[in-house]
Design a binder for this molecule. Structure first.
Ligand code: PGA
Length: 256
């Protein structure tokens, strides 16, 4: 596991975007796993800037999002398809047919989950998966106690996640209670993972996830078992960590 501590959110976003951009520059046909939430928005802004100003080319890239609320149409302002289009996909030269988000309105959500995994397998797996983390340590919508072997599946959201996400809805009762999420299996099969966390509020959880025991009670802790994870934290998120100097990498070391 390689850990980068950036001085603030802006710097963290730039570092995360640079890693994604490098992946796309090295392999124009990359398959990128995308995440929603407030944390990656700055990285998406930087990717759009690199597209506009530096010719970063998404023309042959495929994307797969981690999750989607069950029952929200893609035109709903809180659906994750809407989010992705708004914050990234509508602003770069990606082929919309090559952008994938589970369909929250699928008639048969179970089959939709199976088909999603099948598509990821057929395309050859995810080259780089971007992950954020919820306050309770969830990744995607894999809530505490999810099975480590889970494929893409339907989850019941915890009260803590419903509360955290209610900030985006008019009313807490409008937050969907169920979602589809990539499970640990497709996430852990990604060739490389980039894990971004920002802010003091998550400092304790990020420390437990990366330095504590590996347990389904703290879903992000499974990342300790992934062979190629780059963690990008801002100083606030890293503030509780017992970081050893040799974990903190410079750009030179990262891209060597
Ligand atoms: P946040 O959400 O980036 O808005 O904190 C992260 C998540 O719930 O995965």
């Amino acid at each position: 596991m390689r850990i980068i501590v950036a001085k603030d959110y802006t710097e963290m976003s730039k570092r995360a975007a640079d890693i994604i951009a490098s992946q796309v520059r090295i392999n124009a046909h990359s398959v990128i796993g995308l995440a929603t939430g407030s944390t990656p928005i700055g990285a998406y802004e930087e990717l759009i800037r690199q597209y506009n100003e530096e010719g970063l080319n998404f023309g042959n890239v495929d994307t797969f999002n981690l999750d989607e609320y069950l029952g929200l149409n893609c035109t709903h302002s809180q659906s994750y398809r809407y989010f992705m289009n708004k914050y990234l996909l509508d602003h770069v030269n990606i082929d919309p047919d090559r952008t994938h988000v589970p369909d929250g309105m699928a008639e048969d959500p179970e089959s939709e989950c199976e088909a999603y995994d099948q598509l990821i397998r057929e395309i050859g797996g995810i080259d780089l998966q971007l992950l954020g983390m919820g306050n309770n340590g969830h990744i995607g919508f894999n809530e505490p106690s999810s099975f480590y072997t889970a494929p893409t599946h339907i989850v019941k959201l915890t009260e803590s996640t419903i509360k955290a996400n209610s900030r985006y809805f008019d009313n807490e009762k409008d937050v969907p209670r169920y979602a589809m999420t990539m499970g640990f299996r497709p996430i852990m099969q990604a060739k490389r993972v980039i894990f971004v966390v920002s802010g003091k509020a998550k400092a304790k959880v990020v420390k437990e996830a990366l330095e504590g025991p590996i347990t389904p009670q703290l879903p992000a802790s499974i990342l300790q078992l992934h062979h190629d994870v780059i963690v990008v934290l801002d100083q606030d998120a890293a503030s509780e960590m017992d970081l050893k100097d040799n974990f903190i990498l410079t750009d030179d070391q990262l891209f060597r």
